[in-house]
Ligand binder design. Structure first.
Ligand code: HEC
Length: 187
C-alpha cells in the first residue's frame, strides 16, 4: 500500500512536470508561430534577392552556405533552437530526430484523413518544450524542389546534385508537406 502511494505520488510529479496548462500551451504555440514566421521571412527575403540576381544557379549556392548560419543567428536572437527538417532531406545537417520523424508521419496521416494540420507543443522527458509545425511547399519553391524538367531545369538539377549528391528533396508538388519546423525552447 505504502509503495503504491509512493508510486502514485511519483507518477503525479512526473505528469505535472511534463504537462502544460492550456494557457501555457497556447503561449508556446504563439511564440513558435512568431519565430517560424520570422525565420521563414528572413530566409525567403534572402532567397528572393538571390533568385532575382541570377535564378536558382545563384540562389542554390547561397542556400547551401547561408541557410544554416542564418537560422542559427535567429536561434540566438530568440533564445531557442530553430530547425527545419524533413523525411526527404536535401541537407544531411537537417536530419530529423526520431520524434521529429514521428511528427512528420503524423502530419502525413492527417493529410490522408483530410484533417487539418495544426502546430504541436509538447514537453520531453528532460522538461524541454518543443514546437512543431508543418512546412507546406508553395509555387515559388518549385524551381528547386519541384519535378525535374517541369519546374527544375536540368541545369539546376545538376547543381543540386553536385552540392547534395544524396538529395531527396525534389519532385514535390505545390501544396505538398515539405517538412516541419522544430523549435526547442531553452530553459
Ligand atoms: C534556390 C533554390 C531553393 C528554393 C527556391 C527553395 N529551396 Fe528549400 N532548400 C534549398 C537548399 C539548397 C536547401 C539545403 C540548404 C538548407 O536549407 O539547409 C534547402 C532546404 C530546405 C529545407 C530543409 C530540409 C532539407 O531538406 O534540408 C526545407 C524545409 C525547405 N528547403 C523548404 C523550402 C520551401 C518551403 C521553399 C519555398 C518557400 C523552398 N525550400 C525554396 C534550395 C531551395
Amino acid at each position: 500500500m505504502k509503495n503504491l502511494l509512493i508510486l502514485l505520488v511519483f507518477l503525479g510529479m512526473v505528469s505535472c512536470g511534463n504537462s502544460l496548462t492550456e494557457k501555457e500551451k497556447q503561449e508556446y504555440i504563439n511564440k513558435g508561430n512568431d519565430i517560424s514566421q520570422a525565420t521563414f521571412k528572413a530566409l525567403s527575403e534572402k532567397l528572393t534577392e538571390q533568385m532575382k540576381l541570377g535564378g536558382p544557379a545563384q540562389a542554390l549556392p547561397f542556400c547551401n552556405v547561408e541557410a544554416l548560419p542564418l537560422t542559427q543567428q535567429l536561434s540566438e536572437k530568440f533564445n531557442v533552437f530553430i530547425k527545419r527538417t524533413s523525411d526527404k532531406l536535401r541537407n544531411q545537417e537537417n536530419i530529423p530526430s526520431e520524434r521529429e520523424l514521428e511528427i512528420i508521419n503524423n502530419y502525413y496521416k492527417l493529410i490522408s484523413e483530410k484533417k487539418e494540420m495544426t502546430p504541436i507543443v509538447e514537453v520531453d522527458n528532460n522538461n524541454n518544450k518543443h514546437y512543431y509545425a508543418p512546412i507546406i511547399l508553395k509555387a515559388n519553391c518549385l524551381a528547386c524542389h519541384g519535378k525535374v524538367e517541369e519546374f527544375v531545369s536540368v541545369k539546376t538539377d545538376s547543381i543540386i546534385k553536385s552540392l547534395y549528391p544524396n538529395d531527396k528533396a525534389i519532385g514535390y508538388n505545390d501544396g505538398d508537406l515539405r517538412g516541419i519546423w522544430s523549435i526547442e525552447f531553452k530553459k
